[in-house]
Design a binder for this molecule. Structure first.
Ligand code: SF4
Length: 250
C-alpha cells in the first residue's frame, strides 16, 4: 500500500488537489482510500446523548453505527496513523493535512513563504494556488491539480513507494536512518524502499492475514524464542522456513 500526504494551510487547495488526484488514480484503475486530519479541537461525529454515545459512556470500547448507506466505526480516542492503516487495503492512500508521518508529501500553498514553512526532504511536489504563478520552486515541480492533474499523478506514481513502518525514531534504525530520513533518501534517489530492514521478509508476522511491522529488536526475540524451541524437534532444518499459526486462545 502506497501512502502520501497533501499538506498546507486552510484554503490553499488541499482538498481540490486531493479530489483531482483521487479521480485520476481511480481513472487509472488504482484502488484508493483517504484520511482527512481534522484540526478543529472539539471535532466529533458522534453527538452527546445519541444511542452510540450512550454505548460508549456505558463502557463499550469500540462502537459501530451501521446505517443503510454508511457504516461508521467510532473509536473513543485519536488513533496513530499506523493503527488507522490497519483498516486500509488499497493501492494508494491519500492523507489530507497529516503531518506526523514519514510518508512523501505534496505541499499546497498560496505563496513561497507557506512552502518554506513546511518544506523538508519528504516533499516531492508543490501544488495549490501557487501553481497559477510558478512552475518550479527550489528544484521541486509546482503543478496545478486542476489543469495538469495527469502530470501530477504521473509524479505521484513515480515518487510514492510502498509505505514504511513509520516507527518512532528511538524504536529502530536498522537501515542506518530514521523512517523519515530513509524516505528523504529514497525521494532523493540515494536509497531504495528495500533498504528498510523490517520488511526484508526474513521474520514476518501476520495477524488475520495482515502484515504487522516488527522492529528488529522484536524480530530477534521472536527468532530466538521460535528457533530455540523448534530446533529440538524432529524435522528441524537449519535455515528452513518456519511457519507458526496461532488461532484463538489455548
Ligand atoms: S529499517 Fe525500516 S522501520 Fe527501521 S528505521 Fe529504517 S525505514 Fe524505519
Amino acid at each position: 500500500m502506497k501512502l502520501f500526504s497533501v499538506i498546507g494551510i486552510t484554503k490553499s487547495g488541499k482538498t481540490t488537489t486531493i479530489e483531482n488526484i483521487i479521480r485520476e488514480l481511480r481513472k487509472r484503475r488504482y484502488t484508493v482510500g483517504s484520511v482527512k486530519e481534522i484540526h478543529f479541537e472539539a471535532f466529533a461525529i458522534d453527538t452527546p446523548g445519541s444511542n452510540t454515545d450512550r454505548h460508549r459512556k456505558a463502557g463499550s470500547q469500540l462502537v459501530t453505527a451501521r446505517g443503510n448507506y454508511e457504516t461508521d466505526i467510532l473509536y473513543d480516542r485519536r488513533l496513530k496513523l499506523p493503527e488507522i492503516m490497519r483498516h486500509y487495503d488499497f493501492d494508494y492512500v491519500v492523507l489530507e493535512g497529516v503531518t506526523d508521518t514519514c510518508a512523501p508529501k505534496i505541499i499546497t500553498a498560496h505563496n513561497t513563504e507557506e512552502v518554506d514553512e513546511r518544506l523538508d526532504g519528504t516533499v516531492f511536489a508543490i501544488s495549490g494556488k501557487l501553481a497559477n504563478s510558478m512552475r518550479e520552486y527550489k528544484g521541486l515541480p509546482v503543478i496545478s491539480a486542476i489543469t495538469e492533474c495527469e502530470r501530477l499523478v504521473d509524479l505521484v506514481i513515480e515518487k510514492v513507494f510502498e509505505r514504511l513502518p513509520d516507527v518512532a525514531d528511538e524504536c529502530c534504525s536498522a537501515c542506518g536512518y530514521t523512517c523519515t530520513q530513509l524516505t528523504e533518501r529514497i525521494l532523493a534517489g540515494k536509497a531504495a524502499r528495500e533498504d528498510c530492514r523490517i520488511s526484508d521478509g526474513r521474520i514476518a508476522l501476520q495477524i488475520d492475514g495482515r502484515e504487522i511491522p516488527i522492529v528488529p529488536f522484536v524480530q530477534k526475540i521472536l527468532y530466538n524464542a521460535v528457533t530455540g524451541v523448534v530446533k529440538e524437534l524432529d524435522g528441524y532444518r537449519e535455515n528452513g522456513e518456519i511457519t507458526v499459526t496461532i488461532k484463538g486462545k489455548l
